[in-house]
Each structure stands twice: as C-alpha cells, then as structure tokens.
Design a binder for this molecule. Structure first.
Ligand SMILES: Cc1cc2nc3c(=O)[nH]c(=O)nc-3n(C[C@H](O)[C@H](O)[C@H](O)COP(=O)(O)O)c2cc1C
Length: 191
C-alpha cells in the first residue's frame, strides 16, 4: 500500500523543503523513493531524517507542484526539522538504509515519534481527484497530453460534485499550470 504524504526535510543550513511523496509501508519501515535529482533526497542523505505529514489539505499537494506556499511549519518534536502546523498527524523518520539506484533510490526510514493532531474527517472524492491531477501535473513532460487532458476531464466530475473551497483552489492552480504548459508548448512549436 502506498500513502500520499507530504515530506518535509531540511538542508544542512536548516532551510525547509516541503513536497509530496508516495510512501510505502514495508514491515515497520516507511520507504520513500525519490527520482533523481531531488532536493528531498539530498536533504535526507545529509541529515538522515525527514518528517512525514498526513494531511487532508490538498492545497499543500497542489501548492508544491505550482510553487504556492499555503502552510505554516512548526518544529518537530524529536528530530531537527519541521511538521505542517495543520497536519492531521505526523511521523518523524530516521534513515536506516539506502537501496541505491541510478534513477530512483529507495530510502528505508524508521518512525521514531508520531503524533495525531486532528481526527480523520472521512473520504472526499474531490481530494482524491486533486491528488491524481497533482501527480499528472508533476509529470507533464513525461506523459502524453491526450492522457492528461482526458483524465482531467474525468476527475472534474468529482470536483463538481464534492469539492469544498480548499479543493477548488488546489484544482484551479493545477488546471492553470497544465493549460499554461501546453500553451507554451504550442507557442514553441509555432515559433
Ligand atoms: C501525490 C504525489 C506523489 C508523489 N510521489 C513521488 C514519489 O514517490 N517520488 C518522486 O520522486 N516524486 C514524487 N512526486 C513528485 C514530487 O513531489 C516532485 O516532483 C518533487 O519536486 C520531488 O523533487 P524534490 O525532492 O526535488 O522536491 C509526487 C507528487 C505528487 C503530487
């Protein structure tokens, strides 16, 4: 099973970096698999730790892809680093093993501290739709345009039926990013 999370790391100067990662639970370890190059990978390799945030605020997922910061950070409890202030829960992770790979190494991490801050509010289809579109929007150069636009049209149904304000904001950012990307591509082709 893979959980879509927000991973926050710091560099050697303490500067935070916050971005979405699908995290796999394997036995008692959490596995993060960043494609190279990755700031998250560099930060974890140099600090040996990360914070995994479990949040239903999908603006944080979309915001990372469109470079919009919508969150505040609070210091982690046991590790040097930060968690999202409004996260439902967080785990503080320590690196225990690296499975090297030229393209996508696997970082095996142990949770040394976890805390729940708010209860899970239930599933929401628009939140799932935003996560799906955020994944597509983070792979614009690697996926065919037709696939991205047809999947977006399908995901729009859940947005229209079930979104709240946060989901609508996140969706709008992603739609603009995708449309701008293809407009630029068309411009380049015509130039
Ligand atoms: C829901 C979601 C899950 C993602 N999971 C991964 C992942 O497992 N590995 C990865 O390399 N990028 C993943 N991404 C893309 C990264 O968040 C994004 O490309 C990011 O910039 C990673 O590079 P960075 O560490 O330099 O920030 C995911 C994006 C989304 C929206």
């Amino acid at each position: 099973m893979i959980y879509e999370t927000i991973i926050s790391t710091i560099d050697t100067n303490g500067k935070p970096h916050v971005t979405p990662f699908g995290v796999q639970k394997k036995d008692n370890l959490y596995v993060i698999a960043p494609f190279k190059p990755s700031t998250t990978l560099e930060n974890i390799m140099s600090t040996q730790c990360a914070v995994m945030n479990l949040t239903d605020d999908v603006r944080v997922f979309a915001g990372a892809i469109v470079h919009q910061q919508v969150y505040d950070l609070l210091p982690a409890t046991k590790l040097q680093g930060f968690r999202l202030a409004t996260t439902l829960a967080h785990h503080e992770l320590q690196l225990v093993e690296v499975l090297e790979d030229a393209e996508r190494p696997h970082l095996l991490m142990q949770s040394i501290y976890q805390e729940t801050h708010q209860p899970f509010a239930g599933f929401n289809r628009a939140q799932a739709a935003v996560i799906e579109l955020a994944v597509l929007a983070s792979r614009l150069s690697r996926l065919p345009q037709e696939k991205i636009l047809s999947e977006r049209a399908y995901l729009q149904i859940a947005i229209d039926k079930t979104a709240g304000e946060r989901e609508l904001q996140a969706w709008q950012w992603l739609v603009e990013k995708i449309d701008n990307y293809y407009a630029e591509q068309t411009g380049l082709n015509q130039a």
